[in-house]
Write a protein that binds this ligand. Structure first.
Ligand SMILES: [Fe+2]
Length: 344
């Protein structure tokens, strides 16, 4: 079979918008992550929709083990194809390739901090759904890899805090659980560094934020994506996710205990109205109290299938008025977070 990159391509045949490809067994990989001339240890796919087809399908673009050629790269660029696809079954190889690529890039002084951060973001963005959804991928080695990514992201943020805003803009258009977690993690890295924490605490907090909702993979998708309000029974299923997540992560020695508290307590409210235990005020770990704020802010400013995203300005106003009145959020951290967002 001839691989499709050897054939003339017609731009009209290739839908370029990434959607929920995971359901079909594929994940989008932004083109910038492929290095021309390097052997690619996994199959590369393109998403093709031919005239008359009802839905797109995935076609192999180049086979595993082949070097990624300059003319293929040119062809994809000319067609404005922003990403290729990889099979979820080959994520192990993909992660190794990205990691190796990153080591080279991060050591390269001619590359900008922005470019470096973007590529670490891509790698973390591939890591997260893989770690969430694949039992096999959920290893201590993978957690160590995530910590490396967080270190690199932190360095980008330290060099320029605006990088966070730039990275968070990328996500606006996709709704995925792992993407929400990654955004909360980015906010967490920036906010904890704003608070003047040491590096160990920042990466520990970042990791907790990155996996805080992992328990939701046990909640049926139909409930997570439901447009109307949830029934009591559905709600009680959703409310199990902090404990589910805690159970899934408790044996990982690479995870700080405070990060495990984040998983377990991020829906506890200061006034005792939260779950799973209805804890109050200082009985909730400070890291969980911070995460409660970041999590709500991210959810409020992200687009969902059933509503538009709230503008950051409006979100700030809501926090100033509604959130300040409620006893749900830790008032000190909330005030500091508002200042942080306002760039003060
Ligand atoms: Fe949650």
């Amino acid at each position: 079979m001839t691989d499709i990159l050897e054939l003339p391509l017609d731009a009209n045949e290739i839908p370029v918008t990434p959607g929920l490809e995971e359901q079909e067994g594929y994940a989008p990989l932004p083109l910038r992550n492929l290095t021309v001339g390097w052997d690619v240890p996994f199959d590369i796919y393109l998403k093709i929709k031919k005239a008359g087809d009802t839905s797109p399908h995935f076609v192999k673009g180049c086979a595993r083990g082949e070097a990624f050629r300059e003319d293929w790269h040119e062809k994809l660029l000319q067609l404005h194809i922003p990403c290729v696809y990889v099979s979820l079954a080959e994520m192990d190889q993909v992660m190794q390739y990205l990691h190796h690529n990153l080591e080279m890039l991060l050591a390269d002084e001619s590359q900008s901090d922005q470019e470096k951060s973007l590529r670490v973001y891509d790698a973390t963005n591939m890591w997260t759904p893989n770690f969430f959804n694949s039992e096999i991928a959920r290893t201590g080695e993978q957690v160590k890899l995530a910590l490396k990514f967080l270190d690199a992201l932190f360095e980008g943020i330290e060099s320029d805090r605006r990088i966070i805003l730039y990275l968070m803009e990328i996500r606006r258009h996709s709704f995925r659980l792992s993407n929400h977690c990654l955004n909360v993690c980015l906010l967490g890295l920036a906010f904890s560094s704003y608070l003047g924490w040491n590096r160990e605490d920042i990466r520990g907090f970042g990791l907790g934020a990155l996996i805080h909702d992992i328990g939701l993979i046990r909640t049926p998708r139909t409930i997570l994506e439901k447009k109307g309000s949830l029934t009591e029974e559905e709600m009680s299923k959703v409310k199990r996710h902090p404990q589910e997540g805690f159970r899934m992560m408790q044996d990982f020695v690479q995870l700080r205990w405070e990060a495990l508290e984040m998983v377990l307590q991020h829906h506890e409210n200061g006034d005792g109205s939260g779950y799973p235990r209805g804890l109050k005020g200082n009985a909730i770990h400070p890291w969980s109290r911070i995460l409660r704020i970041l999590d709500s802010y991210e959810a409020m400013t992200a687009e969902r299938p059933w509503r538009k995203a709230m503008e950051p300005r409006d979100a700030l106003w809501t926090m100033h008025s509604d959130w300040k009145r409620s006893k749900v959020f830790d008032q000190n951290y909330l005030t500091t977070f508002i200042k942080f967002l306002a760039g003060k």
